[in-house]
Design a protein around this ligand. Structure first.
Ligand code: GLN
Length: 305
């Protein structure tokens, strides 16, 4: 497949959309990111990398990090313990919504909405003596880059304005679905949302999922085949929030988005693809990024369907 030519065509096609949409202004540091960026990268399971645009520029991966925290929690405590505390259904509500938690007794709908990710972080705080270091080590191993890091300025900005996340964590704790101090859990949450990586690094870090749990670059088994399938299924059904149906309709790939404007997706057995453009649609997914992925599955003719 001529991936390089396809990426270049896509970059051209989406140009009118780049700069449209809104940056996530509820996190002041993210509001300062220039709107005019676009990048896309592909990492194939057989080790090839293709890229276009600002694909080596690092950005805030935000909720995309929730795939890595979920992977670690699944490995650490297993499915049964994990899914007693968090569901696996799409929420149909915005990613930072509080309403469902009240009538569903503090059990978040899925691990990718903020409430669910906070519960996953609580599991990591209980399971690892230094969860932040463990997560960073894992992310460095997956990207193959030991310079990827948290962005302390973004983390601080989120902590200062994280009123809803603080409300969610306290609410969950009131239902006794949080074992650790709210502040300790949130400090991990704000840290992993601040992870910065480029599209090339993100595509590389997702390729283990495309390769059924086995990292093709290091040869290490990150997840069993079945676990990789389950995480991919959750991405498909919950990875792009209340736009997940539309995203599946348009793109047809398991994917995870973040309010930094990044989206990572996989084509099982083939490749991981990452895209970045900071302008968001009203569901908090990258506007040009969603279009680029739609064009990618249309032009290549491959999706999970
Ligand atoms: N850090 C963001 C928040 O907690 C993550 C949300 C997202 O990327 N969708 O609100």
């Amino acid at each position: 497949m001529e991936y390089q030519a396809i990426l270049e065509e896509i970059a051209e096609d989406v140009r009118p959309l780049v700069g449209k949409g809104q940056v996530a202004d509820y996190i002041p540091k993210l509001a300062a990111v220039p709107l005019d960026r676009f990048a896309m990268a592909v990492q194939t399971v057989d080790g090839k990398t293709y890229a276009v645009g600002d694909a080596r520029e690092r950005f805030s991966i935000q909720s995309i990090s929730k795939v890595f925290t979920l992977t670690m929690a699944l490995k650490a405590v297993g499915e049964e313990a994990l899914f007693q505390r968090v569901g696996r259904e799409p929420s149909g509500t915005p990613f930072n919504s509080l309403v469902q938690l009240e009538y569903e007794d503090g059990i978040p709908r899925n691990p990718f909405i903020n409430a669910g990710a906070i519960v996953v972080d609580d599991i990591l705080v209980s399971a690892f003596p230094r969860p932040r270091n463990a997560l960073l080590g894992f992310f460095r191993q997956l990207t193959g880059e030991d310079t990827v890091d948290y962005d302390p300025v973004v983390a601080r900005s989120e902590a200062d304005y994280g009123f809803r996340n603080r409300a969610l964590a306290n609410f969950i704790r009131s239902f006794e679905n949080l074992e650790n101090e709210v502040d300790r859990v949130l400090s991990l949450y704000f840290a992993h949302c601040s992870l910065a990586a480029s599209c090339v690094e993100l595509a590389r870090s997702f390729v283990f999922l495309a390769n059924h749990g086995l990292c093709p670059t290091t040869g290490e088994r990150v997840l069993t085949r079945s676990q990789a399938k389950r995480i991919s299924a959750l991405m498909m059904t919950c990875g792009t929030y209340d736009a997940v149906g539309e995203f599946a309709y348009l793109v047809g790939l398991p994917a995870k988005s973040g309010v930094g404007g990044g989206i990572s997706a996989t084509i099982p057995g083939e490749l991981a693809v990452a895209v970045w453009s900071p302008g968001l649609n009203k569901s908090g997914n990258s506007l040009a990024g969603t279009k680029a992925l739609e064009l990618f599955t249309t032009k290549t003719g491959i999706s999970v369907f």
